[in-house]
Structure formats: C-alpha cells, structure tokens
Design a protein around this ligand. Structure first.
Ligand code: ATP
Length: 514
C-alpha cells in the first residue's frame, strides 16, 4: 500500500513540476477538487479528446458529434430524475467531523478483501510453482471462495438497501462491518442522509424574475433533448449514435484523489439509439469496443477489468464499469449503461412533444432504447499519466524518469536539439522546426548538455529527440532518438516527416485501432 501511495504522490508532483496540472486558484490557497491544466497537460488532454472523438465520430458512419450548452431548461433535470434522485448517501464521523460517501466506505471495505485474495494467490504461486492454475484456484480454494461470497453478499445487501432507500440499513451495515473513519479511527457515525450533487445558479436580469438553473451534472441530457433535431437533420437511421465532449459539474461530497474526482470535470459520452429489444446486443458490443479502445493505448491489458453493477441507476437495465488499476487500486474509468427508453420517454412526457422514431424496416413507430458509453476525460488523463510514469534503472547507480505516454497522445511529439549553439547548427535546427511544426507540436531546446536535454524530454513524454550536429552540415543527416528504447540512429533530415508520420500521427494510431 505504501508503495502505491508513493507512486501516486510521484504522479501528482510530476504533474505540477512538469506543467501538466495545477491546483486551481493556487495563489489563493487553492479551491478544493478543482484543477487547471497547464501548458503540457492541456495538450495531452486535447490529444486524448481528439483520439476519442476521431475513433468515435470520424471512424463510424453512423455516429455524429454535437456540442450542446451547459445551461438547459430547468425542466430537463426534473425529467431526467436528477432533481429528485441525483444524490449520494453521506455519513459523517462525529469525532473527526469528516464526511464520507456511505457506499464508498462499504466498497472500499470490499476492495480490501481483494488484497486478501491476492495474498492467497501469491502464497499458492509459491507453493505450486509452474503447475499453478489461477482460474481453477479462484474457483476451488475454500478461503478464496469464502472471501468472494462475502464480497458479493455485502455488495448485494448494500445495493438493495440503496434501491429501497433504506438508509438505516446502510448505516447498520457500516457498523456491522466495523468500518472505522480513516482519520479518527472511530466508529462514531451519524445517520446516513441523501445529498443532491447538482450545482445551481440563476439566469435573468433582476432578482424577481430570475430562474434557477442547474449546471449540467452529465453531458448526456444535451444529447437526449436534441435527439429529434439530429435524427431529422442528419437523416439518421437507427441504430445510430450521438457523441459529445464537454464539462459537467457535481458537488462531490468527498472530492479526493487529485483529478480522479473533481467538482468541475469533462466527460466524453456517446449515446447509441437502438430498436427496443436490441439493447442487450448493443450493450455487449459497446462494452467490448470500448475495452479494445483502452487496450489500444498500450498501458497493459492487465490494468483493466469490467465491474458489472448490482446496484442499477433508476434509468438502467444493465450497467458495467471499465475499471483501471490506478495507483490507489482498481476504480471506475468508464461507464457503459443500457439506459432503456427512460430518458426519451421522460422528455416526451415533461415537454409534451412527441419524441419517437418511425422504423422503415420494422414498419413501426417506437421510442428508441439507448446504450451509452461515458468516460471522464480527466480520469482517463490520470489513468494514462499514472500508467506512463516510470522510474528506470539504467545501471551503474543511474536512473531516469520517463513518461512513456502513447506516442499519439504526447504533448510534444519531437524535440529539436542543436548539439551546440554555434557553427550554424541552430539555423539548421530552426529550419527543421519550421517544417515539422506545421504538422506536429515541436519543442526547440539548445540549453545544457544533450544528455540533460534528453532527460527533460523524457520527463515530458516526448517520443523523439532529433539532434543536429556537425555531420548534418556535411550530409544532411540527423540523429533521431527513441524515448522508450533510447536507441539512436541517423536519418536524412528530409525523411523526418515520413518517419514521424509512421510513429506518432493520429492516422497511424487510428488505423491500428480498426
Ligand atoms: P463515481 O461512481 O466514481 O462517482 P459515476 O458512476 O457517478 O462515478 P458516471 O455518472 O457514470 O460516474 O459518469 C461517467 C464517467 O464520468 C465516470 O466513469 C468517470 O470517468 C467520470 N466522472 C464522474 N464523476 C466524476 C468526477 N467527479 N470527477 C471526474 N470524473 C468523473
């Protein structure tokens, strides 16, 4: 655990030191759970968004993108159920005066049982050596089976209590499990209460006729209320999808863990409209497609897993999370939800406007069902940066810090480094820079030794460094160095653009994804 915490601390300080993420309003001592993206972070974030957008919208004939407003008519949130039901169950510890999400306390308890299971696996690996069959062990070892049974009992009881609004039972469960406050160590808990997570504000010139509005807590509703507009103007045929990226706001009770849980964050969502009865098929397809997309980043397939929900939101008939192994354990990265026809029906009812689709093939009119994929851009940023940050042992007591970002996402794709600041080398370097920057974000650095400049670029995650030396003057070749292998070789400077295109360009990565 201590090692994991150390790794997480390193990620946070790396983000600050190398200009990725800053605490918002830092000069005023910061605003809790709000962050600003810095010069390198905003590039990385933009690249992640672009990779998602292109693979979703550009590569799919039947998915289009929109950009709806953050403000909407207040009835939208009444219809969606957020005014009445977008709540978290909270509980306070009377000794530390700290507030927690009751469901998270219980889920953390369940996650600790995972650690016990992993210990059993480690012991068994030692005992059985090469003969060890993990799948069989997990199914038959009595201790592991009992642990898993316990986990599922706890989660299913919690799911039922939350569904039935039986908050007394949620508290009883916390007490029965002996869960203590991580700060005070005590079990002195208040009752569990529901807390609405939406922020509100007012629109209008004078206090009398001002209308209360909500800042959207998810981008999805902007898609539902535009369903007919997009379907008609785009002549879209079911099944089809509408995608969007944008800010969402939630007054999170416990906003911890850096950019994992923020009060202002960005979502990347796609709502896929399907015929009634087809939702299960599409739900399974989108689960697999999204997992494959995450795998394509190359952060290691072991670091992802599905978590199927026992506790379903009011609008869903199936839901799963793609979880990622963050430095603080496996946690939700993306949600895949089968949202039924709940939202479109609700907007039809609250707006009084017919929201239906005539299916030519089936020759019938219906309210489409929806399968959604919803990923937090900031959470994805955290997953990518924490999965990429490595401390490498170079031998002879030397180490290097390297950010092994997927090449396509790196904020700077290539750094141009004249070996020395004289003999015309900077002029040649600047010419190369001028060419390459038309296509890619390029850095130019002439300060310090080349070795130190390499290290600086490694820390920023720059995939390639190009060094211009005296031989360049003679034969027009440069040295190109790969961030991950640290291998260097010479190529003609006019071949650089092609070389980079094969390695770092969006099209190369999108092709691989297909
Ligand atoms: P959690 O259980 O972690 O609160 P959620 O189930 O409420 O998340 P969804 O409503 O399904 O989340 O939102 C979809 C995605 O948006 C999440 O998978 C996550 O990546 C992201 N997300 C949700 N809340 C936040 C937040 N407060 N800060 C950053 N990202 C968030």
């Amino acid at each position: 655990m201590a090692k994991q915490e150390d790794q997480f601390k390193k990620v946070i300080s790396h983000c600050k030191e190398y200009g990725f993420v800053f605490q918002s309003s830092e000069i005023y001592d910061g605003l809790s759970a709000v962050y600003d993206y810095a010069q390198n972070g905003s590039e990385l974030k933009k690249n992640i968004r672009e990779y998602w957008w292109k693979s979703m919208v550009q590569l799919n004939d039947n998915i289009v993108g929109i950009d709806s407003a953050i403000f909407t008519h207040p009835k939208v949130w009444k219809a969606s159920g957020h005014v009445d039901a977008f709540t978290d169950p909270l509980i306070d510890n009377k000794d530390s005066n700290k507030r927690y999400r009751a469901d998270v306390l219980i889920e953390d308890y369940v996650a600790k049982i995972d650690t016990k299971i992993e210990k059993e696996i480690k012991k068994a690996v030692k005992r059985f050596g090469e003969d060890f069959d993990k799948a069989q062990f997990l199914e038959t070892n009595p201790k592991v089976v009992a642990y898993k049974e316990k986990q599922s009992q706890i989660l299913s009881r919690m799911g039922k209590s939350l569904e039935n609004e039986d908050l007394d039972d949620v508290k009883a469960q916390i007490e029965e499990l002996g869960i203590v406050c991580p700060i005070s160590g005590s079990k002195n808990w208040t009752d569990v209460k529901q807390f609405n997570l939406m922020f509100d504000t007012k629109i209008g010139a004078s206090a009398e006729d001002a209308t209360k509005l909500y800042l959207r807590p998810e981008t999805a509703q902007g898609i539902f209320i535009n369903f007919l507009n997009v379907q008609k103007t785009g002549r879209m045929k079911i099944p089809f999808g509408i995608a969007q990226t944008g800010k969402a706001f939630r007054n999170e009770i416990v906003a911890r863990q850096f950019i994992f849980r923020m009060r202002e964050f960005e979502q990347m969502e796609m709502q896929y409209f399907v015929a009634p009865g087809e939702q299960k098929k599409w739900y399974d397809i989108w689960k697999e497609k999204r997992l494959a997309w995450h795998y394509s980043l190359g952060l290691g397939e072991d670091n992802y897993r599905f978590h199927d929900h026992d506790k379903l939101a009011h609008y869903a008939d199936a839901a799963a999370d793609i979880e990622y192994r963050f430095p603080f354990g496996f946690k939700e990265l993306e949600g895949i939800h089968s949202r039924t026809d709940f939202d479109l029906k609700a907007h039809q009812e609250f707006s009084g406007k017919k929201i239906q689709y005539f299916d030519n093939e089936r020759e019938e009119t219906y309210t489409p069902y929806v399968v959604e994929t919803s990923v937090g851009l900031d959470r994805l940023f955290l997953a990518i940066i924490s999965g990429s940050l490595k401390e490498e042992d170079l031998g002879e007591g030397k180490t290097r810090t390297v950010l092994k970002l997927p090449f396509v996402l790196a904020p700077i794709k290539v750094a141009i480094l004249p070996l020395v600041k004289k003999d015309g080398l900077p002029d040649i370097a600047k010419k190369i820079l001028a060419d390459l920057r038309l296509e890619y974000s390029v850095a130019y650095d002439e300060k310090d030794s080349v070795g130190r400049r390499y290290r600086r670029q490694d820390s920023l995650g720059t995939p390639f460094c190009v060094t211009i030396d005296h031989q360049t003057i003679e034969d027009n070749t440069v040295t190109i160095r790969n961030r991950d292998t640290m291998e260097q070789h010479r190529i003609k400077s006019d071949e650089l653009a092609d070389y980079l295109n094969k390695e770092v360009s969006m099209s190369t990565w999108l092709k691989r994804l297909k």
